[in-house]
Design a protein around this ligand. Sequence first.
Ligand SMILES: *[C@@H]1O[C@H](CO)[C@@H](O)[C@H](O)[C@H]1NC(C)=O
Ligand SMILES: *[C@@H]1O[C@H](CO)[C@@H](O)[C@H](O)[C@H]1NC(C)=O
Ligand SMILES: *[C@@H]1O[C@H](CO)[C@@H](O)[C@H](O)[C@H]1NC(C)=O
Ligand SMILES: *[C@@H]1O[C@H](CO)[C@@H](O)[C@H](O)[C@H]1NC(C)=O
Ligand SMILES: *[C@@H]1O[C@H](CO)[C@@H](O)[C@H](O)[C@H]1NC(C)=O
Ligand SMILES: *[C@@H]1O[C@H](CO)[C@@H](O)[C@H](O)[C@H]1NC(C)=O
Ligand SMILES: *[C@@H]1O[C@H](CO)[C@@H](O)[C@H](O)[C@H]1NC(C)=O
Ligand SMILES: *[C@@H]1O[C@H](CO)[C@@H](O)[C@H](O)[C@H]1NC(C)=O
Length: 442
Amino acid sequence: MATPPIFTLLLICCFCLKIVISATTNITTFLTDPETLLSSSATFKAGFFSPTNSTNRYVGIWYNIEESDAMEIVWVANRNNPINDSSGMLIISEDGNLQLSDGQNMIYWSSNVSHQANSTSVAHLLDTGNLVLVSSATGMIIWQSFEHMTNSLLPQTRIIIDLTIDNGLYEDEKPILRSWKSASDPSNGRFRIGMIPFPITEFVTRDGDKTYWLSGPWNGSLFLGVPYMSQNTFEISFDHLEDTLEILYSVANVSLLEHFVLNYDGNVVLKYWDDDDRRWRISWQSVQSECDIYGKCGPFGRCNPKDSPICNCLNGFEPMNVDEWSEGNWTSGCVRRTPLQCSNTGRKADGFWKLKHMKVPHYITFGRAADEDDCRRKCLETCSCLAYAYTVGIGCMIWDETLLMDIQVFSGDGADLFIRLAYSELGDTQHFINHLLLNSKF
Ligand SMILES: *[C@@H]1O[C@H](CO)[C@@H](O)[C@H](O)[C@H]1NC(C)=O
Ligand SMILES: *[C@@H]1O[C@H](CO)[C@@H](O)[C@H](O)[C@H]1NC(C)=O
Ligand SMILES: *[C@@H]1O[C@H](CO)[C@@H](O)[C@H](O)[C@H]1NC(C)=O
Ligand SMILES: *[C@@H]1O[C@H](CO)[C@@H](O)[C@H](O)[C@H]1NC(C)=O
Ligand SMILES: *[C@@H]1O[C@H](CO)[C@@H](O)[C@H](O)[C@H]1NC(C)=O
Ligand SMILES: *[C@@H]1O[C@H](CO)[C@@H](O)[C@H](O)[C@H]1NC(C)=O
Ligand SMILES: *[C@@H]1O[C@H](CO)[C@@H](O)[C@H](O)[C@H]1NC(C)=O
Ligand SMILES: *[C@@H]1O[C@H](CO)[C@@H](O)[C@H](O)[C@H]1NC(C)=O
């Protein structure tokens, strides 16, 4: 109603123009709903969309695949600020920012980079799916969607973690990815992915303030809590700089359309486009069974998806609350049956129970040890040491003065975990293994 006629005319003209030039590759002035921007090799599209079962309008990026049910949104600009009609316009504002507004000139989203007044810029959609804003004066990228990810991680993305702030994600820290609220609502959902950089790098998914999933420690080529990771198609590399950690995710085969998504249900999935079946498939997911959910079996519990029930106490431990445990409520976990001998004299020294192919517990301490024997000795000499593991790439891991949480039995990969127990809790086999290990060097 209040729209000046000249403006309406301009809009109509641009709409005509759009029909003529069907594939826009740069935004130099503006893009109106439902126009789209195409990446140079036409792999990605950016523009206006509505999620399934929603009439809200958002600006986003998706794979340029014709199948209508395959619209795979990988980025959303105004995720928490939808436009409720089709009057949206993505413009290059006077100060050179990329800005989303509606017919009433209300601003829904902005690239919001501080910039000189009257400077011009151009927006391009790169063939990696990265929407970049380039200053016309300097030719430099002043803003890019890869630095403001929503729920998806595309290959060639460089994640930069500021090591001067704790990235444990308990407060209001910026997550690497944040899930949608539901399949039809891209607004900030419950789940976030962060990175725990110390003492050993690992990824964490949190549900609000609760830990939901842990990748396990990074050994230099894979995460110990992700079995069969070496069989995957992607590569992750870490680059420790002074105050930052740079993570680069890449794929070996660039023609494979693949990306990670943090789903609204908290699952991290690796999706790829199956060209024969013409649909997206999942090649990996973080939560494959209940055992992958953090702390499923409580402290000193051990989860095995192949067991029934899935939770058991570690050897030498018994349920903290027998009634709860037998009803399948495992949250309070298990307690030690026989106290450790530790430095008390008069009894035989403590030993270790060896568990193979384990997802190792959380709260690791880096044990400085020359080799596995040294690691084992360090653990025995410290009364508070509850367990140790020694792996190639990481070395000596020690669990100290804490509860052993998130222990899972894998069918392959993982690590050998040694749980410290009183001598009387160790069976003949374990005594034999301990004897061998203790004497291997002497
Ligand atoms: C888009 O911008 C790039 C870089 O400024 C330029 O090389 C290209 O020719 C432009 N494309 C069109 C269609 O104007
Ligand atoms: C959309 O709505 C239909 C009907 O209510 C429902 O069956 C379908 O699961 C919904 N799709 C999504 C993605 O929410
Ligand atoms: C759409 O949003 C505008 C601006 O926020 C508001 O004034 C208008 O009432 C909304 N319309 C509907 C149908 O919700
Ligand atoms: C732009 O950034 C400033 C300062 O960082 C912030 O206060 C403001 O809310 C932001 N505006 C938008 C539209 O995001
Ligand atoms: C920006 O451009 C306007 C109109 O051309 C002009 O009035 C104003 O002085 C300019 N501002 C700066 C900071 O150059
Ligand atoms: C790369 O991926 C494409 C698409 O899935 C496939 O057709 C091709 O065979 C793959 N190339 C190699 C070397 O694996
Ligand atoms: C399981 O046990 C915990 C600890 O005693 C209790 O807080 C929780 O409510 C129980 N959960 C269910 C589902 O009974
Ligand atoms: C990480 O662990 C895997 C499996 O145990 C092993 O093959 C690989 O060599 C380790 N990486 C490094 C850098 O040691």
